[in-house]
Design a protein around this ligand. Structure first.
Ligand code: NAD
Ligand SMILES: CCCCC[C@H](O)/C=C/C=C\C/C=C\C/C=C\CCCC(=O)O
Length: 262
């Protein structure tokens, strides 16, 4: 899949992993809507990207992904601006064990919502041309820590939902949409820095030293490597229902599952 002439929507695209993904998409010729809650960081990001890639290739849409109406409008505005939609990356995520209900809303409910909206705009079932969806999970779904129980649950949920819907959307429904999941290990972003904060980690902040020891043991990745993984999931048309892991020791690789038995 060549990215020239393609249009992407990336949630949480104003900083961290999302921004790295947006930059890789623009570098490869796609047009991008970066959808983010944070107005000031979003505007600054859009201004930087305009300088690098030209003014007509990227739009910033301020939107809280947990607001279903606003998320629907963000998809609609993207299609109105660029005329189509081919790639959706449901990336926005938080780690708030104190307000754990919000963590479920952002990390899981909004990923489900974003996937359904993406299908409405890309699926052959709706007369569209197909496309690809990437849902961002985490290595926390494989190596969980007592430090973040609800975050871990949401990341398990993202994998389960994405694998199930991938089978429906592409294999059984023949909708022409591939759906893949990406699980990074620790990545150097603002999110990782919240590990030390009581206001986000709540009572689990007491495990912060063990968590930081894990970060020292396994290392911390750069966002650009995660963006490379995203690009591979977009361009390799054989990938559907795949679960990509990215770690310091093994780089980009895939989780393997037992075949389904009857
Ligand atoms: N950093 C890591 O170590 C790591 C590891 C594995 C997975 N992840 C996942 O990668 C994704 C991106 O995380 P990151 O590390 O880049 O975080 P980050 O905090 O650097 O960036 C997240 C972006 O999402 C936006 N956002 C947060 N809540 C939102 C909402 N309700 N609506 C719209 N936008 C919202 C933020 O404003 C921010 O720009 C998350 O899903 C996270 O769980 C991160
Ligand atoms: C406030 C913390 C936010 C953390 C976000 C991130 O998603 C959390 C990840 C948690 C655990 C990661 C799990 C394991 C460590 C990483 C890699 C292990 C790889 C093993 C190997 O080297 O092969």
């Amino acid at each position: 899949m060549s990215l020239h002439g393609k249009v992407a929507l990336v949630t949480g695209g104003a900083q961290g992993i999302g921004r790295a993904g947006v930059e890789h998409l623009l570098e490869n010729g796609a047009k991008v809507a970066l959808v983010d809650l944070n107005q000031s960081v979003g505007e600054e990001c859009k201004s930087d990207l305009d300088g690098q890639f030209g003014e007509d290739n990227c739009i910033f849409i301020q939107c809280d992904v947990t607001d279903a109406r606003k998320l629907r409008d963000a998809f609609q505005n993207t299609v109105e601006k660029f005329g189509r939609l081919d790639i959706v990356i449901n990336n926005a995520g938080i780690n708030n064990e104190k307000n754990w209900e919000k963590t479920i809303e952002v990390n899981l409910t909004s990923v489900i919502q974003g996937t359904y909206l993406a299908l409405e705009h890309m699926s052959k079932e709706y007369g569209k041309e197909g496309g690809v969806i990437i849902n961002i999970s985490s290595m926390a779904a494989f190596l969980h820590s007592p430090h973040q129980p609800v975050y871990t649950a949401t990341k398990h949920g993202v994998i389960g939902f994405s694998r199930a819907i991938a089978q429906d959307a592409s294999e059984q429904g023949n909708y022409g949409v591939r759906i893949n999941t990406l699980c990074p290990a620790f990545v150097d972003t603002q999110l990782l820095r919240t590990v030390e904060h009581e206001e986000t980690m709540g009572k689990f902040v007491k495990y912060k030293d063990e968590f930081k020891q894990r970060m020292d043991k396994y290392g911390v990745l750069k966002p650009s490597l995660i963006a490379e993984g995203m690009l591979r999931m977009i361009t390799d048309e054989s990938l559907n229902g795949a679960v990509m892991k990215i770690t310091c020791s093994k780089g980009i690789h895939f989780h393997t599952y037992e075949p389904l038995s009857a």
